[in-house]
Design a protein around this ligand. Structure first.
Ligand code: SF4
Length: 692
């Protein structure tokens, strides 16, 4: 029993469960048994009491009048969201009966779990659910929707996905934020960058959109979508040409620098300017600032990996710090993700040895639209939790068609009747993280944190952990793995001697303080332990070569989006690039149905450059229709100059209102060059004024 639940009043330790690098430590205030306030815990060494608007209003989500509090069964047509209340016993019985029939007729692979990190906790996102589906023998899901392409790309260069400690960045003298709107998605890095700025640092933002982060920077550089690798290669060209590289560092710590020096001669500033849309003078100025300033830090955002060339974009940018020897300096280097330092024992957590069907196929979650309609043998049952694929997955039109299939049995475990839940046969009520026990890491800072339940489960809701444990029992799975408690899972996850950074992180220590810092000393010296083939930072990667990829960092034009240098492959029907990054008030699709967050965000917008708007007779506030062969959406135009002509921006994943504002009607299920990642931003469209 949690020490907090029974206390009706007080302030309790907590942690933000959302898919955000900051993983803020929270204080949750209870009055008469109800949460009345969520604020930052000022004692946390890095998040220091500051939290974002999204979570400050979390109580609106926890006590939302439309929260699902009982199991429901569909009584209307799929997609209409018409349900009747049923008991948990009826719900479990129905799932068991339907699954047993499907397994008998089609085999267990006809069942597909679909989940991501709506809640980042190891116990509820990576634990009992995996054990259950392993034992069931279902198809496996490749969880590729967010960061995989860039992580793989970064790994080819560095061997790991880790970078420098965020705290160090206050010592940086030049901070380059590349492809990430940190004001909305990594606010504590902005706080640290502000401190660095007070110490004399300059802040450069490179992005396709002059968002809040671009406006806050000392210098914003607008770039065409999918051309980031070309800009990095142009910088390398100049770093070599003007002798700004650190040859001693290159000799000691890198592999293939002489091949790289030859290779980047093909990227002079004139050519790079044609590709990227960045003026030649700015490319030269950027390269000189980077080459002449130490220590310099690059925060690689998530945006630039959501392209067909996304892995290579990140791999290429990740080469830059080594050229000038930044990794050897405090405050020098890069961060793409620091989640690697906090790797836990996934094998103990998920127990792959339970797999009853070792040959079960794996389905890329970015291709759920195709999988639901085209896969042979077909999927006959979909189990959705921690995600909302009808909104977040590419090609919404096709996802919806798949969810409409009468021969598809869909179960959704969620707090709300999401767009996906409207198609479900059974909806199960889920707890919020404040009702759970869980273990959290950050993929930016170095603190592990514990969540203990603060309030009892609302209504009849249960956690993912409890749900899959209940289902395992109902299916008669009698392995010990299904008897474990949440705390057992946490202890198993942390028992991982092969990760030295976890030394000292124990459940007991977490209970005492709420958080424990990873043992960063255990991994030193970082540069001497890189797990690449050569043991060094790899400009030339034989691993990539063996996999049929270019061994040196290279600019590869987008297939959809054309070669901006030559216009080769340009489809005149869809001449505009459409990019849909996060907005400030939602986190992916979370909060989009909460009035407070909707009113702060106001309405779904299409930001269009005044040149593109004028060509189409579009003025501010016009309703516009954006379309391609996959579908369309309708948004309100905001005419501006915050991106280069030819690029359209729509921030946020809206749902809960008009169906026309779902931007993923436009995006494709094609996958990125690495890791099967998503290609949301490699999307071409046309736009016109909407009639009526
Ligand atoms: S969403 Fe991010 S910034 Fe906001 S409270 Fe959670 S971890 Fe902190």
């Amino acid at each position: 029993m949690s020490p907090y639940i029974e206390q009706e009043n007080g302030v309790f330790r907590s942690v933000c469960p959302l898919d955000c690098p900051d993983a803020c430590a929270l204080h949750v205030t209870k009055k008469d048994g109800k949460i009345i306030k969520v604020s930052g815990n000022p004692e946390h060494p890095i998040t220091k009491g500051a939290i974002c608007h999204k979570v400050r209003h979390m109580t609106d989500r926890i006590y939302h009048p439309e929260r699902v509090l009982h199991p429901l069964k569909r009584i209307g047509p799929k997609g209409k969201g018409e349900f009747r209340r049923i008991t948990w016993e009826e719900a479990i019985e129905e799932i068991v009966k339907r699954y047993q029939n499907i397994i008998q007729e089609h085999g267990p692979e006809a069942i597909l779990p679909y989940s991501y990190y709506g809640n980042m906790g190891f116990v509820n996102a990576d634990g009992m659910d995996r054990r259950f589906f392993h034992r069931l023998g279902s198809s496996q899901l490749d969880q590729t929707i967010c960061s995989i392409a860039g992580n793989v790309g970064y790994g080819y260069t560095m061997g790991v996905t880790g970078g420098i400690s965020p705290e160090e960045t206050i010592k940086s003298k030049l901070i380059v934020i590349w492809g990430g709107n940190l004001v909305s998605t990594n606010m504590h890095q902005v706080v640290l960058a502000e401190q660095a700025r007070k110490n004399g640092a300059k802040i450069i933002v490179i992005d396709v959109h002059k968002n809040q982060t671009g406006k806050w920077a000392d210098w914003f550089i607008g770039i065409r979508p999918g051309t980031d690798a070309a800009l990095a290669l142009g910088m390398m060209h100049l770093l070599f040409a003007e002798q700004m590289v650190n040859e001693a560092f290159l000799e000691d710590y890198t592999y293939g620098w002489k091949e790289l020096r030859e290779h980047v001669k093909a990227y002079p500033p004139e050519r790079v300017s044609r590709i990227t849309g960045v003026p030649k003078e700015d490319i030269i100025k950027l390269a000189r600032m980077y080459g002449e300033t130490s220590p310099s830090f690059i925060r690689i955002g998530n945006g630039l990996q959501h392209h067909e060339n996304g892995g290579m974009n990140v791999r290429t940018i990740a080469c830059l710090p080594a050229l000038t020897g930044q990794w050897a300096l405090e405050g020098g280097g890069a961060v793409k993700s620091n989640g690697w330092y906090a790797q836990v024992n996934f094998s103990a957590l998920q127990k792959p040895e339970l797999r009853s069907n070792k040959q079960a196929r794996t389905i890329n979650m970015n291709q759920i639209a195709d999988a639901l309609l085209d896969l042979d043998p077909p999927i006959h049952a979909l189990f959705v939790y921690n995600s909302n694929p009808a909104v977040v997955a590419p090609n919404t039109t096709k996802v919806q068609q798949g969810l409409m299939r009468e021969d598809l049995f869909t179960v959704v475990h969620d707090l709300f009747i999401t767009d996906t839940a409207k198609y479900a046969d059974i909806v199960l009520p889920a707890t919020s993280s404040f009702e759970n026990t869980d273990l959290y890491k950050s993929y930016w800072h170095h603190y592990m944190q514990l969540q203990e339940p603060i309030i009892p489960a609302e209504g009849e809701s249960i956690s993912n952990f409890q749900l899959f444990k209940t289902l395992a029992k109902a299916f008669g799975f009698d392995e010990d793995a299904f008897d474990d408690t949440e705390e057992d899972l946490i202890e198993q996850a942390l028992d991982f001697p092969s990760n030295p950074y976890l030394q000292g992180v124990t459940l007991q220590a977490l209970k005492e303080k709420g958080w424990v810092k990873l043992n960063m000393e255990a991994g030193k010296p970082f540069l001497k332990k890189l797990p690449t083939t050569s043991g060094k930072i790899e400009f030339y990667s034989e691993t990539m070569e063996n996999q049929g990829l270019p061994p040196l960092p290279t600019y590869i034009p987008l297939a959809e989006g054309f070669d901006t240098e030559s216009d080769a492959g340009k489809d005149d029907r869809y001449p505009l690039m459409f990019v849909s990054p996060p907005n400030h008030q939602f986190l992916n699709s979370t909060f989009a149905n909460v009035k407070k967050h909707q009113s702060l965000e106001k309405q779904p917008l299409l930001q269009i450059h005044r040149v593109d708007a004028a060509k189409r007779g579009i003025v501010d506030s016009d309703l516009v229709r954006i379309f391609n062969d996959r579908g369309y959406c309708v948004l309100r135009a905001k005419v501006c100059e915050d991106m280069l002509p030819g690029t359209l921006i729509s921030q946020g994943l809206w749902w809960g209102g008009e169906r026309q504002n779902r931007v993923n009607h436009l995006t494709s299920t094609r996958v990125a060059d690495m890791g099967g990642g998503a290609t949301f931003f490699s999307t071409t469209v046309q736009v016109e004024k909407a009639d009526g």
